[in-house]
Design a protein around this ligand. Structure first.
Ligand code: GDD
Ligand code: MG
Length: 372
């Protein structure tokens, strides 16, 4: 490790346990991203050409943390098949699988046997963020808290954990997904735990860290410190956010140490074909072996490997799954097209439509307009 590299993991002596370890929770079912998550776990969906988790693991590595445990459940084997021991990313990666999902708190408790450090940084596996992990760890150490929580401010806090703090930045309440949030400050999905606190989480049953562990710690008068950060932040768990986060990576609005390509309006991968006259803007990604026909217009589109977009089709803020096909002059806006689906010519799919994998819609089969 270069001496000038920022590090949350202080220099170690030979054979000593690392001072900071990371846990990444990746066991969710990703229901809000169905049907894409029927065939791949959410953190493995291609995002600017890489599995989303690669961006997060690279960020953890960039903070100097090299010992990482993945808490898996749903489609657990996919992670190990792809990352192996983590050496390609310069980390040591281990996997712990819940046969039945144990929830976020249960997932953290379930990896305890692999935790030897005093300081454990836990990440939700679907958050794209520019926050400096080392800074969050430093806040934890200087405040002496039991848990330190990365906090951000968002426009609509109702979909998140609402987390008010006092003047000293100490957390005063944790209100998961409340309809009446008292502040726009939310849980950003990264926590620094003292190891002993993880030992206190009940073992062998499902536990929500948000609904059970954090509220109980506060009731018991324990110290949860907030670390507010104003850099890029997005939870990638919905189609709208996934499309936006992907586009922000392509355009360089969202940072990722894993991306080595130059930023621009589009990212076209090896083996993809883009016909003359096609327009690719808004952070569009075209996957390997995909084909984009003449005069097609793609704005903020995420086109997975092997998909085909025929002549004159329009794709806006939408995801087109592996090997799917859009016929000539189809219009797809704010929509998810499942793997291998075939959308006929001049179909219009808008406003949150989701086409299931392999479904075939005939030419003119779905329209919003009445002209033929
Ligand atoms: N191992 C394991 N086991 N992981 C799980 C389980 C489980 O049973 N359930 C969920 N996870 C993982 C998911 O894979 C995801 O990476 C992370 O835990 C969070 O789950 P989400 O389903 O994405 O939660 P959310 O987005 O609704 O809310 C959470 O994240 C918000 C920030 O993005 C909460 O932590 C909120 O408080 C927070 O504001
Ligand atoms: Mg989420």
């Amino acid at each position: 490790m270069a001496s000038e590299e920022r590090t949350a993991d202080a220099p170690r002596t030979e054979g000593a346990a690392p001072k900071v370890q990371a846990v990444v929770l990746v066991g969710g079912k990703g229901t809000r991203l169905r049907p894409l998550t029927l065939s791949a776990p959410k953190p493995m969906l291609p995002t600017a050409g890489l599995p989303f988790l690669t961006h997060l693991l690279s960020r953890i590595r960039a903070a100097g943390i090299t010992d990482v445990v993945l808490g898996t459940s749903f489609q657990a084997q996919v992670f190990a098949d792809h990352y192996g021991d983590g050496a390609d990313l310069g980390i040591s990666l281990r996997y712990v699988t819940e046969e039945e999902p144990l929830g976020t708190g249960g997932g953290i408790r379930n990896v305890l046997d692999h935790l030897t450090a005093d300081t454990i940084v836990v990440f939700n596996g679907d958050v794209l963020s520019g926050a400096d992990v080392g800074d969050v760890v430093n806040t934890h150490h200087t405040s002496g808290a039991d848990v330190t929580m990365h906090l951000v401010r968002v426009g609509d806090p109702r979909a998140f954990g609402c987390v008010p703090t006092d003047d000293a930045g100490r957390v005063t309440a944790f209100l998961e997904k409340t309809q009446d949030p008292p502040t726009d400050q939310i849980n950003a999905g990264t926590y620094v735990f003292r190891r002993e606190v993880i030992e206190e989480i009940p073992a062998g049953r499902a536990v929500s860290v948000e609904r059970e562990v954090f509220p109980q710690l506060l009731t018991d008068g324990r110290h949860i410190q907030g670390h507010v950060d104003y850099s890029y932040w997005r939870d990638m768990g919905t189609p709208e956010d996934f499309v936006r986060g992907s586009a922000d990576l392509v355009r360089g609005i969202a940072p990722s140490p894993a991306l080595t390509t130059t930023h621009g309006e589009s990212l076209v991968h090896d083996g993809a074909g883009v016909a003359p006259g096609a327009v690719l803007v808004g952070g569009t990604v075209v996957g390997r072996g995909a084909e984009i026909g003449p005069r097609a217009r793609l704005d903020g589109a995420v086109i997975f490997d092997g998909a085909v977009i025929e002549a004159g089709a329009v794709v806006e803020r939408s995801i087109v799954g592996f090997g799917a096909r859009l016929g000539p002059r189809a219009l797809v806006r704010d929509t998810v097209i499942g793997d291998g689906a075939e959308i006929g010519a001049r179909c219009e799919l808008l406003r949150g439509a989701r086409v299931w994998p392999g479904v075939q819609i005939p030419d003119n089969g779905v329209r919003f307009s009445t002209d033929v």
